[in-house]
Design a protein around this ligand. Sequence first.
Ligand SMILES: Nc1ncnc2c1ncn2[C@@H]1O[C@H](COP(=O)(O)OP(=O)(O)OP(=O)(O)O)[C@@H](O)[C@H]1O
Ligand SMILES: [Mg+2]
Length: 325
Amino acid sequence: MAPKKIVGLLVGRENTFPGPFLEMVNQKGKADGITGELAVLGGTPELAEPYHAVLVDRISHEVPYYRAHLKSAVLMGAVVVNDPFWWEADEKFFECTLARKLGVAVPKTVVLPNKQYIPDIDHVRSLRNLQFPLDWEHIVSYTGLPAVLKPNTGGGWKDVFIVHTMEELITAYDQTGLKTMILQEFIDWDDYVRCICIGREHVMPIRYNPKAPFEARYQISQPVEGTLRDQAIKDARTLVEALGYDMDTVEFAIKGDVLYAIDFLNPAPDFDNFSIKEDSFRWVVDKMSDLVLAYARGEATPPWREEYRWWKYVKKTPVPNPVGT
Ligand SMILES: Nc1ncnc2c1ncn2[C@@H]1O[C@H](COP(=O)(O)OP(=O)(O)OP(=O)(O)O)[C@@H](O)[C@H]1O
Ligand SMILES: [Mg+2]
């Protein structure tokens, strides 16, 4: 019989996804000796043989030790969903540039220098490459007003400001402290769609109302249909395929017949059944379990792993260096 393979799950506060997901992995994986469990980590030595064949990471952005463990686990041959290296490097501004290069519409966006720096940074000596003061007129002539000022990395609508005038913009910017912000054209949308994307292939577009209270945002009673559905699936696939994310949500604000990608840096997307509702939840559990089982069985490999320079060298080194040499 093939050796037992374990799928480990790393989660934060979420409560509705972990149980059904692990149950489904256990049920579908039984015949192949694949089991699913919550990962338990407590200090990782280098060259630790991975206990988990696959790790699903939903919280390493908040727990840096998990991320350190996950990077090393990749090097040692485990599969991690999502790529911990890329997740750490990714930023909203980069993603806007990427979308433009790939022909996916995004609002006009400018990345801005920070308002503040750590105390050791001397404004005269350390920041010689920065234009000062900023030419706000020029910046705003590109994005227009109203505009959205939001963090280049982040989530949960933290520090997202909608500004209507230059005064509002400066007042908001002055509150952003050490954060790197982007200023983005405000899309006065007539429709809004959020796509749950799994395995870089499966895309479920759901109508979404960002103005509703958190748990009422996914509007399943108004399905996304026709050309809007086709375009959302096509653009979402383009983005997650290029980014290499196996789980993500891609959000579109729709104005006229243009789908503007607003936020697609959600590598630990909301999977709670009370937000995405029961049918989508079952779909997520089904697709996520198929994904990790395909990785655990060796039927699939993460495409990004081969692209890391160090992976080529690691593959060529059959015997790890003993400790101390
Ligand atoms: N350019 C824009 N035009 C119109 N509305 C926008 C724009 N950018 C952001 N918003 C609104 O602000 C909300 C939050 O922005 P964004 O999704 O970028 O931040 P976030 O903190 O990553 O949010 P989440 O936690 O929902 O992923 C969006 O759902 C959207 O309603
Ligand atoms: Mg987000």
